[in-house]
Design a protein around this ligand. Structure first.
Ligand SMILES: Nc1ncnc2c1ncn2[C@@H]1O[C@H](COP(=O)(O)OP(=O)(O)OP(=O)(O)O)[C@@H](O)[C@H]1O
Ligand SMILES: [Mg+2]
Length: 377
């Protein structure tokens, strides 16, 4: 009769293609029960947006099928998002597992559009998602969601995010007195507002917080990078950015600050012909890929240029909600999965670093204790 060790040995031949580690040592097998010839366990993926969920499940079924003498097999598939940032009570935001800043070198490349639709795509996989509009000078998320002002309240000294399409949303544009005016503040005040939005907001438990940044390398991206640990930065480019080199400057700033770059998404990348579904790269192909290769960071997707994306934003009806079957929505979904996978990779790296630090702290304590014993004896 097959034993637990044999089952685990077989399961450990299944490798998560993103994490490049086996599913047993990653702790993805839970509640394993082997009752004579009946096997039951839970496969816990590292994100509900896992791009390889079907592949991993198929591999598991295949290897379990190779075990002898099994009469029944029951697999429950769930997901628990890994922590892609250090959740330290002292720095706040200890209930937010991943924070992803969305940045660009220049304005108007579609950061807000991409942030919102990616947040929705992640949320539609079942993840708990928040969206922070960090463009305090020119908040655009409320308009893109068809919301104006008065949505955010303060309770117990904490800002309560607005709720929209399953997202928890915070924006300066929700403040009644600000919604029709441009914010005219100096840098330190703007930084203070962003800090409050980050740490004084009741985000509750979130798997992913997407932070829509203003363009460039000013006070706000700097404040985000320096206030709390974040998982990383997603860089949005357009095909034109390659020539002007602006994306490169933004990447350089975050690299200098030791903030990981999650990868690049190219927006307005191509046009999908409505008649033949062919992709036309009207501004030239492969620009963002070139940048990602130059900086050795992942290329995470290309979003088509589509009037439906623009009109949806203008009308407060994001394309992920109004036309989820369109090629544009599919492109956002694919990019969202790739981003979630990169967050899991960074989380696994963080976990490894923490474990090896704990191990070296333990061995330092042990050798200190030995020295003490030797000295006192
Ligand atoms: N893929 C797309 N196809 C068509 N229009 C798009 C696409 N992405 C964004 N847009 C449009 O481009 C304009 C700029 O987009 P958006 O406001 O998201 O850019 P941004 O980078 O956030 O700008 P800013 O730097 O000012 O914050 C908007 O009108 C938006 O609807
Ligand atoms: Mg914007």
């Amino acid at each position: 009769m097959v034993g637990i060790d044999q089952v685990l040995e077989k399961l450990s031949t299944v490798i998560d293609p993103d994490l490049k580690q086996d599913i047993v040592s990653m702790g993805m097998i839970k509640d394993l029960e082997l009752d004579d010839d009946k096997l039951k366990f839970t496969l816990e993926l590292t994100t509900p947006a896992c791009p390889f969920n079907v592949e991993i499940e198929d591999d598991v079924r295949k290897v379990v099928g190779e075990l002898p003498d099994l009469k029944s097999f029951d697999m429950n598939v769930t997901a628990k998002v890994m922590e892609g940032r250090s959740l330290d009570e002292d720095t706040g935001m200890a209930t937010v597992k991943n924070i992803v800043g969305v940045a660009s070198g220049k304005g108007g490349v579609g950061k807000s559009t991409v942030s919102l639709n990616l947040a929705l795509a992640l949320s539609q996989t079942g993840a708990k998602v928040g969206l922070l509009d960090a463009d305090i000078y020119g908040p655009s998320i409320p308009l893109m969601l068809g919301m104006k002002d008065g949505y955010m309240q303060v309770e117990d000294n904490k800002l309560q995010p607005a709720e929209a399409n399953g997202l928890k949303v915070v924006s300066f544009g929700f403040f009644a007195e600000q919604s029709h005016q441009a914010a005219i503040y100096r840098g330190p005040i703007i930084s203070g507002i962003l800090k409050q939005f980050l740490v004084d907001t009741d985000w509750s438990d979130l798997d992913y917080l997407i932070v829509d940044l203003p363009p460039g390398t000013g006070d706000i991206p700097l404040t985000l990078a320096q206030t709390i640990p974040i998982t990383g930065i997603l860089v949005v480019t357009t095909p034109q950015d390659v020539a002007s080199n602006v994306a490169v400057k933004a990447i350089g700033m975050f690299e200098k600050l030791n903030v990981p770059i999650i990868g690049v998404v190219e927006n307005m990348s191509h046009f999908v012909c409505p008649n033949c579904d062919d992709k036309h790269y009207i501004f030239g192909a492969g620009g963002a890929k070139k940048i990602s290769e130059q900086f050795k960071m992942p290329f995470l997707g290309e979003i088509p240029l589509n009037s439906g994306i623009m009109s949806g934003s203008d009308l407060g009806k994001p394309i992920m909600m109004t036309n989820p079957d369109s090629p544009s929505a599919e492109a956002f979904r694919l990019s969202a999965k790739n981003i979630a996978a990169q967050c899991s990779i960074l989380a696994a790296k963080l976990r490894q670093e923490t474990e090896s630090k704990e191990a070296s702290d333990d061995s330092a304590k042990e050798s200190a204790a030995t020295i003490k014993t030797q000295t006192s004896s």
